[in-house]
Write a protein of this length. Structure first.
Length: 443
């Protein structure tokens, strides 16, 4: 008889880790001649990996106090489905990935059923809502964290915690070439690409994208009569510009629309995998409304977009970690409702918002939050990052240092973050854990 493993993730980044975790668990179980039923909450990637989905993560991914209140009846109904699934198919272990507002409540139910609970990717209790530490102490068997400063925070409070490393730090850089990425997405490889990453949830996209698009327009207008950057093949962190040379196709205007100064740039907006068809249509509508005339492309691969973009404007969240690890210079932006911000301002105790700055314990990337999040300030902060020079090179050096802090290998092993989580999950489930594989070893 196989194991019952409950895995739950509610947002794009957690859903990605959930899919990787299911694959790692399946490999380990297969090596031991065992099998399992994976069930819980997730998105399409987790389903493709083998999840028997009880609740769709895209139906639960809302943010902000006012947004949660508006969707509370639906959220509560979906939450009841998860609780019933736990009662009907009591799992041998549960892995809850981030998403604390739902998962802390779920941890209580799992604890009541006698199920060991692993919380993977810590909620930001170290920044605010520290009173929630009581919930972790009472209902969570293991807290597996992905940022190095989180382990001592929990251990000092009596929680069995372990820094397993950041899963994104173990991924190889995108292999797709600039030309192939351009061909696949209708981009012009001769232009300078700038990434616009407004977030993964509809609410934050609606709040962030219009101002980003206004900044894109202002940035394009600011280079009227100026010299353009000439991107070449390679990682965004190592692209070299030729400030004295305008790309030949731009100078000649071959195959390009008559948009004046906007000829220098194309803007790339990656879409989160958790967005459904209607939500993607809403993003397209926002682009058409606020970006009319701008050369903009919607793409699927955020990491490849960051890899090949010259610089980016990134909403605070996991995408900022992706940008830091890839080495793409960026500006962090974020805006929430006035009520949410007023409450957060009273309780947040950390000096920075961007994770890169928190890890470095200093201001590595600019932060434009709430009233500072304006098109003019975005242009002011991103313009120095585009040409080769001290601002760009200094930021890339700092980002490399941040990336090195996110890697963790178990002593005398080559086990990465996801594989470590899989091993702990099987240990708590009482399953034999075969010799660790090396699928997540960074090449």
């Amino acid at each position: 008889m196989g194991l019952n493993l409950f895995i739950s993730a509610g947002e794009a980044s957690g859903e990605h880790y959930g899919a990787l975790l299911i694959e790692a668990l399946k490999r380990r179980l297969a090596a031991a001649g065992q099998c399992a039923d994976f069930f819980g909450m997730g998105g399409e990637r987790m389903v493709a990996a083998g999840l028997r989905r009880v609740v769709r993560s895209e139906d639960m991914a809302v943010m902000g106090i006012t947004e949660v209140i508006r969707h509370l009846p639906r959220i509560y109904g979906e939450f009841r489905k998860l609780k019933q699934a736990v009662r009907d198919c009591r799992p041998d272990v549960a892995v809850l990935i981030d998403f604390p507002d739902i998962h802390f409540k779920l941890a209580k139910e799992l604890h009541r059923q006698g199920v060991p609970v692993i919380f993977f990717v810590s909620p930001q209790l170290w920044a605010w809502k520290k009173r929630r530490i009581r919930l972790v102490q009472k209902y969570v068997s293991r807290m597996l964290v992905i940022f190095p400063f989180e382990e001592p925070f929990y251990r000092e409070r009596g929680v069995e915690a372990e820094f397993v490393g950041h899963p994104l730090a173990e991924l190889p850089l995108p292999a797709i070439s600039r030309e192939q990425f351009a061909g696949d997405n209708g981009l012009d490889a001769g232009r300078t690409w700038i990434g616009l990453l407004p977030g993964s949830r509809p609410k934050e996209i609606r709040g962030n994208l219009p101002e980003m698009l206004e900044a894109a327009r202002a940035l394009g207008q600011s280079v009227a009569g100026a010299k353009a950057h000439n991107p070449v093949e390679g990682s965004a962190a190592r692209l070299k510009s030729c400030p004295d040379t305008v790309p030949a196709q731009i100078a000649a205007g071959v195959g390009l629309p008559e948009t004046g100064s906007l000829l220098a740039y194309q803007f790339v907006i990656p879409l989160a995998s958790t967005l459904n068809r209607e939500q993607r249509a809403e993003v397209q509508a926002l682009v058409e409304k606020h970006g009319n005339g701008l050369p903009i492309k919607l793409v699927e691969d955020a990491r490849a977009a960051l890899y090949h973009a010259r610089a980016s404007v990134v909403a605070s969240g996991t995408a900022t970690v992706e940008a830091a690890l890839i080495g793409n210079p960026f500006v962090v932006v974020y805006r929430v409702s006035p009520l949410t911000y007023a409450i957060a301002k009273r309780v947040v105790t950390v000096p920075h918002v961007a994770m890169a700055n928190l890890i470095a314990a200093k201001r590595v990337v600019p932060e434009l939050i709430q009233q500072d999040f304006t098109a003019a300030k975005i242009v002011q902060q991103i313009r120095p990052l585009l040409p080769d020079g001290v601002p760009r090179e200094s930021m890339m050096k700092e980002l490399k240092a941040v990336g090195s802090l996110l890697c963790s290998r178990q002593e005398n092993t080559e086990m990465g973050a996801i594989d470590r989580v899989a091993a702990i999950a099987l240990e708590l489930a009482g399953a034999a854990s075969p010799a660790q594989d090396r699928s997540f070893v960074k090449s």
